[in-house]
Design a protein around this ligand. Structure first.
Ligand SMILES: C[S@@+](CC[C@H](N)C(=O)[O-])C[C@H]1O[C@@H](n2cnc3c(N)ncnc32)[C@H](O)[C@@H]1O
Length: 255
């Protein structure tokens, strides 16, 4: 019997689509529209997921906190979605990343069945990436002359467990309407959860991007179990009948 999914063929298809995407960028005029023909379903699912998250938090007071952005795909998409929903000026996005990958990996972050995660995984290979990402965000903003000029964003390089306390001290009035944990690891996820607790509002959307990926990244699930206000985090349906991002879990803070 043929296997249902042939992973080898699947990865060939991804590679072929990637090639098409590069070729089609050359064939696109401004906006790289033609290259979107090669957008894969997992990418599209992530975009739809982010759109539902943005819609879920849009009428709540507070900004968006993103812990773990890597090259900033989710960051840039969320900035554009805020612009599309005309919520810039009402909401800023604060993005935290080392841009040097994992700092350290503790025993809670390893599983018996998978290759071990290690310090340096997810390092970005472009120098001064925080500046590079800030420039991309500004470029996105500059495309829309009618958009609100009242935009704010921060990109904070470093270990979020160290940079977040400083940020919160400098911004005592800032609240959180959406908090996305995508650092994959136990210690920074648990620390940042506890640090941001006082900035949550009733209904704040809290996302653990890798919560169900416990075979490869058990840390986020363990952080959730250890969180001092776990009983106030209620599962939340962002409005899709099917999980758009398979490992992600979404909660709403209900004090
Ligand atoms: C899975 S990637 C994030 C992917 C991203 N959200 C996206 O959608 O493309 C995990 C990121 O967490 C960051 N990270 C891990 N530990 C961190 C820490 N203690 N402080 C800040 N960032 C951290 C890594 O540098 C890495 O870029």
């Amino acid at each position: 019997m043929q296997p249902i999914y042939n992973h080898q063929n699947k990865s060939k298809a991804y590679q072929a689509l990637q090639k098409c995407q590069i070729e089609l960028i050359e064939k696109s005029d401004i906006g790289s529209w033609n290259s979107l023909a090669a957008t894969t379903r997992p990418s599209l699912q992530r975009i739809l997921h982010l759109n539902l998250l943005i819609q879920s938090c849009i009428n709540l007071p507070g900004d968006i906190f993103e812990f773990g952005c890597h090259y900033g795909a989710s960051t840039c998409i969320m900035h554009n979605l805020l612009e599309i929903h005309q919520a810039h000026g009402r909401k800023a996005i604060h993005t935290f990343d080392t841009f040097e990958g994992f700092i350290s990996v503790d025993s809670m972050d390893t599983s018996a069945t998978q290759a071990p995660n290690k310090a340096g995984d997810f390092d970005v290979s472009i120098a001064e990436y925080a500046d590079y990402l800030a420039n991309m965000i500004e470029l996105h903003f500059s495309l829309d002359s009618s958009a609100s000029k009242n935009r704010e964003f921060t990109i904070i390089k470093g270990d979020a467990t160290k940079t977040l306390p400083h940020f919160l001290q400098k911004n005592p009035a800032t609240l959180a309407s959406l908090v996305i944990f995508d650092m994959d690891l136990h210690e920074p996820t648990l620390n940042c959860l506890e640090l941001i607790k006082d900035r949550l509002v009733p209904g704040t959307i809290i996302v653990f991007d890798e919560m169900l990926a416990f075979k490869q990244f058990p840390g986020e699930s363990i952080a959730y179990q250890e969180c001092s206000f776990r009983s106030k985090l209620k599962p939340y349906n962002i409005g899709s009948n099917v999980p758009l991002v398979p490992f992600s879990s979404v909660f709403s803070y209900q004090p």
